[in-house]
Design a protein. Structure first.
Ligand code: ZN
Length: 281
């Protein structure tokens, strides 16, 4: 055999082996199964059909699992199934699971005669006629006021306002994680800039009584909210003095509140908080 022939045979063998490998690996990593599973407890996302989710994702069986990207699928799904958040997990060699978690409403605003319901990512989850507000407990979602946002124009869209989002989430988390209380204990959350004092103020109205908690300034917002709610739940609402007129109570968590400062013998420091009752005081 001549040298050239030998070389040719070797070259073809290498190319052939490469092609075989490509086919074998291609088949090996070719998507066979798409599963849809829940990553959280379900309330509203239960009604989304798993079949529809796979269909809407546009992800087709037979695609190479290694080279898949999910940004398009994610955008389509987020828009079509507004109450869900999606995560894509590949199990090599050939499985894909779409995990669905439920988005939680955190505030509502009245826009053009309809309640817009948003979650903490500022995603518009739903638009509700005022007459249907009680459905799915949407009436228990706190009303936001005093803040003008670039409201979403269609359900499933997300708006962007990083400062507001940070502040609002700090308030919501102060209640939910700081105090381990449901967000629904608050009926209204108002943002206000006090021009006299140059201080930003956040006022929470308690749903059960109408009592107000005013938090000054965004520093330690999470801790201030948790502290104010704690004072309301543990002290003010338990105080027999104010029975029947809790709506006349204003708890102020002051600007200079510092969570690292400790209470002296459990007494409230007047520098950190003030409780005012327009009936008793
Ligand atoms: Zn009173």
């Amino acid at each position: 055999m001549s040298k050239t022939k030998k070389r040719l045979i070797i070259s073809f063998t290498i190319i052939g082996a490469f092609i075989v490998l490509m086919i074998v690996f291609g088949a090996f990593f070719s998507l066979k199964n798409i599963y849809v599973d829940y990553a959280t407890s379900t309330f509203r996302i239960e009604e989304y059909s798993k079949e529809d989710i796979v269909k809407t994702s546009g992800i087709k069986k037979g695609k190479n699992v290694l080279f898949m990207s999910f940004s398009k699928a994610s955008a389509k799904l987020e828009k079509t199934f507004p109450y869900a958040k999606f995560e894509f997990v590949r199990t090599f060699p050939n499985k894909l699971t779409i995990y669905m978690s439920e988005r939680t409403p955190v505030f509502r605003v009245l826009v053009n005669g309809k309640w817009q319901i948003y979650d903490r990512d500022l995603k518009l989850l739903e638009e509700v006629e005022p007459s249907n507000l009680e459905e799915n407990n949407n009436d228990k979602v706190p009303v936001l006021s005093g803040k003008t946002l670039n409201y979403a124009t269609s359900v499933g869209d997300t708006i962007s306002d990083v400062l507001f989002q940070t502040q609002y989430c700090a308030i919501a988390d102060g209640i939910v994680y700081g105090m381990k209380a449901p967000l629904s204990i608050v009926s209204d959350i108002a943002f206000n800039y006090n021009a006299d004092t140059n201080i930003e103020e956040f006022t929470l109205t308690m749903r059960d009584s109408g009592a107000k908690i005013l938090v000054q300034d965004e520093n330690y917002l999470y801790e201030k909210v948790a502290y104010g709610v704690d004072i309301y739940l543990e002290k003010v609402s338990q105080n027999s003095e104010h029975v029947g007129h809790l709506d006349k109570i204003l708890i102020r968590v002051l600007r200079n509140f510092d969570p690292h400062e400790t209470d002296d013998g459990g007494e409230l420091s007047s520098k950190r908080v003030s409780v005012y009752c327009s009936v008793c005081d």
